[in-house]
Structures are given as C-alpha cells and as structure tokens.
Design a binder for this molecule. Structure first.
Ligand SMILES: *Cc1c(COP(=O)(O)O)cnc(C)c1O
Length: 452
C-alpha cells in the first residue's frame, strides 16, 4: 500500500465531495474564474500544490448538480459512476485488445448484449462502447455502408429528418460524402418524421438510382425530444431493403419505463441503435453504446487484424469492433451505475424527469402567450407567440440572463428560424420550487415584452 497515494486520493475526494456538497449554492454557470498555471514547471509539484490548482479549476466548472441546471443533457453524476471512473483510471486498462483488458472486454461484450436485448434487438445482438453518440452514429453509418456494398459509391445518401442531430452531418463529411448526401425529410408539427414524406423521398431516390446507405430515425430530437415514428419507418426500410439506424442518444433509454416506452415498441426492428447513458442516467461522460442486431457486421467493417496482439479468446478484440483504437473501460461506470440504480431506479429517474416536464409545461401553458415545442420526453422549448426572429432572439437572451440571475440555467437553441428557451428536466435535484420560479421569471419577461 502506498500511503502517499492513499492520502492524495483522500484529499482529492474531499475536495470533490465539498464541491458536490455545495452544489445548491451559487449558480449552475459560474462567472470567470482564475485559471491556474498551465504549463509544467521544471520540477514536479507536490500534491498539496496540485490540489490547490485543481480547486481553482473546480471553482470555474459548470455545475450540473445545481437544482437550477436545466440547460442541457448533462445530468448530475451517479456516485457509483464517479467511483467507477476513478477505479477505471487506476486500472488503466485498454479496450483495444483482450490481453490489455481481460475482465473489462468481457464486461463490455456482456453488458452491450444485455442492453441490446432489453431494447428489443434479437438474440445475438451486441455492440461496443464509444466515446460519445457522434462516434456511435458514425460507426453505425460506416457499418451500414459496408454491409450494403456502397463503400465506393460517391452518390450514396443517408436519409434522416430535418431535425436530426448535427453529428450526422459530421459523419457524412468524415465518410467522404458531399453535404447533400444527407437527405433530410420533412417533419410534422410535432417535430417527427412524416412517414408519407419519407416514402416519397425513398421512391424519388430509387427512381433517380441513388443508393441509400441507411435511413436514420431519431428517437428523441435534441431541441424538443420528438420521437420519429419507428414502426412505419421500420416497415418502409423492410420493404425497400434499407438499413434502419435509430439515433436514440436521448430517447432509447425511455424503453426502460413502462409508462414512457410507447413510441419505442419497434426499437428492436432497427439494424443499429445509438444509446447515450450519459444524457439522462447520470453515467459520467462519455458513455455511449452502439448496438447492432448483428454485431459481426461491426467487425467486418472495422477489423484490420491486430498482428501485434495475442488472439482474442472471446468473440474478437473490442478494438476491432469499432473505429477507436486505444480506449478506456468506459463500460465500468455504466455497469456500476446501472447496478446502483437498479431497474426500478432507472424507471423512476425517467418517470420523474417526464413528470417535471409535464409540470413545467402545465405552468407555461397557464401563462399563455407562448409557443410550446415539446414531445413525450423530458425536454421542452418555448418562445413568445407572434414575434419575429430578431425579437425572439432579444427576448430569449434577456430572459436567459434574468433566469441565470435567479439561479436557473436554460439553453437558447435556434429552432425553426426563432430562438427558443429550452429546458431539459433530467436533473433529479430540480423540484417544484425551481419550476415555479422559472414560470414566474418567464411570465414577468413576457409582460415586459407586451408593455414594450
Ligand atoms: C447528443 C446527441 C448526439 C451526439 O452525442 P455526443 O455524445 O454528444 O457525441 C447524437 N444524437 C442526438 C439525438 C443527440 O442528442
């Protein structure tokens, strides 16, 4: 046992516990803080100095634990996830190859298999952990393209909705395709794909001879949490023989809740699914999984052979089942976090988040004069009725500032040509008090707009 290491860890965890414990004070978004010295000095520093410098960085950090932190999909971390992240760093294993992470590689394969089954994918389904949903989406599309024999077709397209996530634009760029290769289908008033528009789009592509890499359904759009209609989209994909990827970075976990899984019944018909446990479940970043009905396809897309490694004694090295080479055992914090929550804990986290959204929506509706853009999940965006783009930009900026002064942080997405205020209700520390205050500030800000 190394007493210096033990003392260092204890002091660091003391700092962290104090920081977390003071989460209710101050605001979610601190003002500018002092940045410690950036470059290493000639001689290494003792742990006391390192901790003092760490404290400075912590003082300037965004605070997801504050009950008013409602801006983004970045919830407070689960304690088991923090602990597993620390242990993971201590183990410093590498998911590249089995001999560098014997237990973690098995854990990742097993947990991906379990998650895939829970989401309805068939027996034998599985996948890999990835450092974020952007990477999961990219790997899904590369795999789909290879499975369709389209790797050399410069005219191939990816079809998604006009409200799909920007990571798809990046994926298309990385895949060497022009920006127009992302074909965006119209959505309905609720922000979900219109299946008729999709059908017409697929027919048009077929007539013009443009091959389709994949159709992407978004389960939970980023601004309002809309769910694309999975059942008709899966049916269209079956008829046309297209790969269906579900970007469930936000919404896939709602399949764990009996109350809120309605729109997700057909998740299991997907060829691939992106899930981001970091976005609602409190797994520390990054935590994303790419799950496939047939995980062998992932290996076929990315396997190169690892001539400098002993052969895998499982189903193949995890480093060959994806784009990343060396990577940490991110699965550890997901596994421990899910075990800490339990199935009931997962469900109640989801249900409570939706309840808070319903409650806020009720309060905002009662105020009147607002355009509300919501969905079935835990996100809602809004803006005043009857104002133009520049006025919406001014109102949202002024109101966001006023909310921050009241210790409430919302985000300000540009959506359908207007700036909105957006609340994400995934923070378990948020209670009726914050929601009431939020509605009060918005109401006051609306009255001033009417008076101006
Ligand atoms: C956040 C998000 C992503 C990207 O996930 P990252 O972990 O930020 O890379 C992809 N799709 C949707 C719908 C998202 O909300």
């Amino acid at each position: 046992m190394d007493p210096a290491l033990e003392a260092f860890l204890q002091q660091a965890s003391g700092l962290l516990c104090r920081w977390l414990g003071e989460a209710g004070h101050g605001t979610p978004l601190p003002g500018l803080s002092v940045l410690p010295v950036v470059e290493p000095e000639r001689h290494g520093l003792p742990s006391a100095r390192l901790l003092a410098d760490l404290q400075l960085v912590m003082e300037g950090a965004y605070n997801p634990n504050h009950p008013g932190a409602l801006a983004h999909l970045d919830p407070p971390p689960l304690s088991a996830s923090i602990v597993a992240d620390l242990v993971c760093a201590g183990l410093n294993n590498n998911l590249l190859a089995e001999e560098l992470s014997p237990s973690l590689s098995r854990l990742e394969r097993a947990l991906c298999g379990w998650m895939a089954q829970r989401l309805g994918l068939p027996d034998g389904a599985g996948g890999v952990a990835a450092s974020g949903g952007s990477l999961s989406n990219l790997m899904a599309l590369v795999t789909a393209r290879r499975s369709r024999g389209l790797a050399c077709r410069g005219d191939a397209v990816v079809v998604c909705s006009e409200e799909a996530h920007v990571s798809l634009n990046k994926a298309v760029a990385v895949m060497g395709l022009p920006a127009e290769a992302l074909v965006q289908v119209r959505v309905d008033a609720d922000g979900a794909v219109d299946p008729q528009a999709l059908e017409a789009c697929l027919a048009r592509l077929e007539r013009s001879g443009r091959p389709v890499i994949a159709v992407v359904a978004t389960a939970g759009t980023t601004v309002r949490g809309a769910l694309d209609p999975l059942e008709p989209m899966a049916e269209l994909c079956r008829r046309h023989g297209h790969w269906l990827h579900v970007d469930g970075a936000i919404g896939a976990v709602f399949a764990f809740s009996e109350r809120h899984q309605a729109g997700l019944a057909s998740l299991g018909r997907a060829d691939s699914i992106t899930v981001n446990p970091q976005k609602l479940l409190g797994i520390t970043k990054t935590s994303s999984l790419l799950l496939l009905a047939d995980p062998l396809q992932l290996q076929q897309a990315f396997s190169t052979g690892l001539p400098y490694m002993e052969p895998s004694w499982g189903g193949g090295h995890q480093g060959e089942a994806g784009l990343q080479g060396s990577r940490p055992g991110e699965i550890l914090k997901l596994w421990l976090g899910l075990r800490q929550l339990g199935l009931d804990g997962i469900t109640s986290l989801i249900d409570a988040a939706v309840d808070r959204r319903v409650e806020l929506e009720r309060r905002l509706r009662a105020i009147g004069g607002l355009v509300l853009c919501g969905g079935p999940l835990h996100l809602i965006a809004f803006r005043p009725e009857g104002i133009d783009g520049p006025a919406a930009e001014r109102w949202s900026a002024a109101t966001r500032q006023r909310l921050l002064e009241e210790e409430l942080m919302l985000s300000r997405p540009l959506y359908r040509g207007h700036h909105h205020l957006k609340a994400v209700l995934g923070n378990p520390h948020t209670g009726p008090e914050q929601l009431e205050r939020l509605a009060r500030v918005v109401q006051r800000s609306l009255l001033e707009l009417a008076g101006a």
